[in-house]
Design a protein around this ligand. Structure first.
Ligand code: NAP
Ligand code: MN
Length: 256
């Protein structure tokens, strides 16, 4: 790879680390913010989300690698003490490519992408959502909202609403409820539903007042009677895997 760019968090530690990396990697690669082949994210998992959304239109020619200014993250393979390991690996190694699945969200004639999840949330009214899987009606959900996550996003928002943790190499998506109302009059599945890549989820509702749709770090307005289709995309975010950190290692470092 010949061209790189850096995306960093705005705190002092991340800015300082970004300056060092830019100078050192700049000695053997060209800094090209507009058309990089390697994007180095300095900060945390949230910084990777930001980087992927920044380069959404170039995913086919960009690879991502992350260094955490805290500890190890789910998208970041290096911690703050390993800055020179990262620089050496970039200079000397050819990385394996680790493709991470993205969700594709079709709404209002537009396509949005998510590396972690899309969620439809309403914290003022109970949101009614008709859920279809490949044109078949599953349920009429009522509650705060729904979250559809990728395996990579399973340890993020999805985990805090008791969704399952999934191996990020799987091509699956997971539908989880956000505070669903479940009693004799209203009923939805209650547990997370994991679906394969041949499925798509359609969300329909007549009233979206006060609700918001988020795809990772981006949020979108919703319109009356809008239909939202969510599926696994054929597009992926490619990560430059220089050191093969195992998924169990990340899980243990973060949660155990
Ligand atoms: P953010 O500050 O960028 O991220 C919120 C936290 O989620 C940070 O600690 C971040 O790690 C962590 N995170 C992000 N992706 C992760 C992943 N795949 N696995 C494990 N942890 C992950 O916040 P934001 O801008 O509001 O939203 C970005 C993401 O935050 C969303 O995609 C959503 O998944 C998550 N979020 C979670 C909740 C919740 O759990 N209730 C609520 C809102 C948002 P770093 O500190 O390393 O950046
Ligand atoms: Mn983190």
């Amino acid at each position: 790879m010949k061209r790189f760019a850096i995306v960093h968090k705005l705190d002092d530690a991340s800015q300082k680390m970004a300056r060092i990396i830019k100078k050192q990697v700049g000695a053997f690669m060209e800094y090209d913010e507009a058309h990089p082949e390697l994007v180095i994210a300095v900060g945390g998992d949230g910084t990777i989300l930001f980087a992927v959304h920044k380069y959404l239109d170039q995913l086919e020619s960009v690879m991502f690698v992350g260094i955490h200014t805290g500890t190890l993250g789910f998208f970041t393979d290096y911690n703050r003490d390993e800055i020179y390991d990262l620089i050496n690996d970039i200079q000397r190694k050819t990385p394996k490519v680790f493709p991470r699945s993205l969700l594709e969200v079709h709404s209002h004639g537009q396509v949005h992408y998510a590396l972690n999840e899309m969620r439809l949330e309403n914290n003022r009214h109970s949101q009614v959502i008709d859920v279809y899987v490949n044109d078949e009606h599953l349920e009429t959900f009522r509650g705060n909202g729904l979250c559809i996550s990728t395996p990579s996003g399973s340890t993020a928002y999805n985990k805090s609403i008791q969704g399952a943790v999934l191996d990020p190499s799987l091509r699956l998506m997971q539908l989880s409820e956000i505070a669903g109302i479940n009693h004799n009059a209203y009923r939805s599945l209650g547990s997370s539903l994991i679906l394969g890549a041949d499925k798509y989820i359609r969300l329909k509702t007549v009233n979206y007042q006060y609700s918001v749709m988020c795809c990772d770090i981006e949020d979108f307005e919703l319109y009356e009677n809008e239909v939202i289709d969510v599926m696994l995309s054929n597009r992926v975010a490619n990560f430059a895997d220089y050191r093969q950190v195992s998924f169990l290692e990340r899980l243990k470092k973060s949660f155990l």
